[in-house]
Structure formats: C-alpha cells, structure tokens
Write a protein that binds this ligand. Sequence first.
Ligand code: FAD
Length: 473
Amino acid sequence: MLSPGFISLSPDLLDALGAVAGTENVTSDPAGVETLSKDYYWYSPVLRERLEARKAAAAVKVSSLDVLRDVVSLAAKAGIPITPRGAATGNYGQCIPLYGGLVVDLSGMDGIVSIEDGVVTAEPGTRLAAIENAARPKGWELRCYPSTWVKASLGGFISGGSGGIGSITWGGLRDQGTIKQIKLLTIEESPRIVVLDEEKALEAYHAYGTNGFIVEIQLRLAPARHWDQMIVASRSWADLLDFTQAVANDDSIPKRLVSVLEDPIPSYFKPIKKFYPADHHLIFLEIDASKTADVKSRAEAAGLLVPHQIAHHEPRRAPMLSDYTWNHTTLWAIKADGQFTYLQSGFTDDFRGQMAKLHERFPGEILFHLEFVKGSPRNATMSKAVCGSIPLVRYRSEERLREIIQFCTEIGVSTANPHTCYVDEAGRSNDFVRQKELKASVDPKGLLNPGKMKTHPTNPFLVPGSLPEFLFS
Ligand code: FAD
C-alpha cells in the first residue's frame, strides 16, 4: 500500500532523467528503489514501524555536478519530492523519503579536489576513509569521523552526523571551525550555487538533506599522529571512571578515542572478546604512541588491567577498537540481542550521580556506553572533556522510552532523540531559526526531503495524516 501523499513520477519524467543521467543510472524497479530508499532506521523500533512503508517512486545516481544540476532542474519543474542519499548509514531514517518522489544517490560524486594547508576540499559522495587515507601521507588526518567512516560519505556526515572518533580532542563536527566551507546547489528550475563560509556554513550542517544539495565541502584537518590502541579493564566501575576522567581531561595526552563500556556490553563484541577478560568494564583508548607507556603504567598503578594493546600500523588494519565504539556499540548489541535499542544522552559534571539514578529507577533496563568528547565553546565547556553517552536500552514500549527520556530531563540529562526522523525534534541544531531561513532561500518550493523539517511552513505535499508521529510529537 502506498503511504499518504505518495508522489509518483510520470513516464516522460523518467525518460527525461534517463536522457540527462544515463538510462542505466535511473531505476523505478520496486525492489531496487526500496533498497535505495532505506538506511539504518531499524535501530529504532519506533522508526522501524513508522517508516517501513515509506519509499521513493524512483532513484537516480549522479556522478557530476552538471548531471545533478540537470536532474534538479527537471525535478523542480515537475514539482516532485527530491531526497539526497549518501551512503545511507544514517540511523534516524534521514534519507527515507516521506512522500515518494525521487531519491538522488550522490555516491558517484566522490572526487577529492585538493588537500592543502590542512584543508580538504571534496565532493559530497567522497567516503571519509578515502579522505583519511589520502590525507595521512600528506601529514594530515580527519579531525573527527563517525565509526562508519569506511562507508559513510562526507555530504552525509555533514547533513546527518555529529561527531565521533577524534571528538575527544576536536569536539563535534560543528565545533572549532572544522567545517570551513559548504557549497550548496539550490532546488530551482535554474539551480544556483550558494557558498557558505565558516559560521554561515553551520546553517547547512545537520539539516537531514533539507537545505539544498551539498555539492562541495571544505573541512579543516588535524596534523596526523601515530595512534596506538589500548584496552583498560576493571571490575570496579568507580575506579574505571576515575581513570577515564583523568585521561580524558589530561591535555598532555593527545587522544582520538575515550570510550567506556559497562559490563556486559564487551561480551557482545564477538570478534575481539578474546582480547580482554570476561565480566569487566572496559575503556577503549586511542592515544598518541609517545604516551602509550605512560598511560599503561598509570592504569596499572591505579589497580586497573591493560589486557591488550594494538600498536600503530600504517595503513590501519583490523582489529580496530573504534569499530566497537560510537554507534557501532549499539549495532553489536542489537546483533547479540534484538531487544536492545538506544538513546543519545548528554550528562553534566554529575554524570556518576545521574547514571546511578537511572540504574536505580530503571533496574536492568539501561547499560551505559560513554563517549567522552571535548566540550563545546557554545556551552562554555570547551576546556574540559564532557561525558556523552549512547546508552543501550532494553526496549519495552514507546511509552517506556518516553518515561526514560522524561526522567532524564528531570535529572538534568539531555537527549538527542534518535527515535524521530524530524530534524526539529532531534535536539542537535545550533540555530534552527537560521536553518529554516536558509531553507526558504535555497528550496523555495519545499521540494527537498519534504516533511523532515516538520515545522517548516512550506510543504506542498502535506495532507492530513501524511507525517508519521514520533516520541516527542
Ligand atoms: P546518509 O545516511 O546517506 O545521509 C544522511 C542525511 O544526509 C540524509 O538526510 C540525506 O538526505 C542527507 N544527505 C546526504 N548527502 C547529502 C548531500 N550531498 N546534500 C544534502 N544532504 C545530503 N554518526 C556520527 O555522527 N558519529 C558516529 O560515530 C556514528 N556511528 C554510526 C555507527 C553505525 C553502526 C551507524 C549505522 C550509524 C552511525 N552514525 C554515526 C550515523 C551515520 O553513519 C553518519 O552520520 C554518517 O556520516 C552518515 O553518512 P552517510 O553518507 O551514510 O549519510
């Protein structure tokens, strides 16, 4: 059954798309379109139910700006919904079309234009691993990247991601000037290029593909380092957290990763279980090789175990601890036990007290997975590492998730709700009012990923019942 407001493409439009993009790059075959309409939305039982039936009517793969411009022009003239797609590793259904129409696959626009003076300029479909691998021989590396870096695209990271490995030093993607410039293509019959620099570029950041097509990005890089990986283990949660905080806040130790995993989460990581003892809480660290010996002796002096170290290797090879951190932790847990889902939480300085309260109020339901990140100048916490968390939650019902989120709010824990596909409900935007203004200028007819910016007044496809309801609505 078609979902409410579903928009089909006429045969003439499909022919015209084939003429500009190549018929081999256009599909309206239901199975192929279904695949190209989905991402990792099934992480959330709420999203799985609400978005399962949503899909595009057709998909087109573009490999150059000229072809994209022609495709956008045809779609704008026809007034159909257009949804950008990178590598589709997003886990909030960001690239699932709510109203049918056309999915535009940008994975073929994947050229690195330059890596110069600590800045990479690249096309949106470029995989983050390709940038890292091209930058390192030149003495540079990504400041931060998601644990999906092998597949994820640069444009998708800017539009749908927030941070990851490296954020312990550089904060989120939107912090410390990491995004230098974004070039957008407008959604008009004669599409224009709009160039946004520095702070302005943040208006196009994390907009879930609603604010123009990102066609080129400049990111600031970090000087490349030799990263060693280390596992630290303890049966004592309190001792482990003492050590984590000390390392996370010690600026003399260059770091890329400080992840904390409450027992039994490590038991879900089947491929690497042999490297650490059972029934222990763990820290996964990536630290500069010059500091490895020092950190190891500090851990042992604190009564902690260091069961495994992985020396720097160029290029990096498995096992990589980061493959078990950030939202990969959630993936391993779901693989081990399909009952798990997750939240995305921001703790305050009292994170130990807050975790204790959550354990007490929801016994056996929440397991803590912490990711320490450099604080943001936006909330005056820049000098220290703050405790973010992607806690695992044993799913009972939507009502129960609501209760947990509500309790978090009461005890001062913020939530970036991962159980909604609406950018205005996700709770990450730095300046949503300016994002909405940008949308009005780059997508005047509201054709781009319609419905995802739920409160935007221009949605030509809105019919009663056409938007799914989520936890915060
Ligand atoms: P997609 O999923 O293809 O797209 C994401 C959004 O961007 C969609 O709304 C899409 O419409 C839009 N979009 C894509 N390209 C463009 C463009 N050129 N112009 C305009 N809009 C565009 N995220 C993190 O931030 N940190 C993590 O550590 C992390 N870990 C993850 C681990 C797992 C196992 C999974 C499944 C997800 C994780 N994610 C993480 C989420 C996701 O992988 C990343 O945000 C990733 O960078 C998204 O890139 P993508 O190319 O897959 O984007």
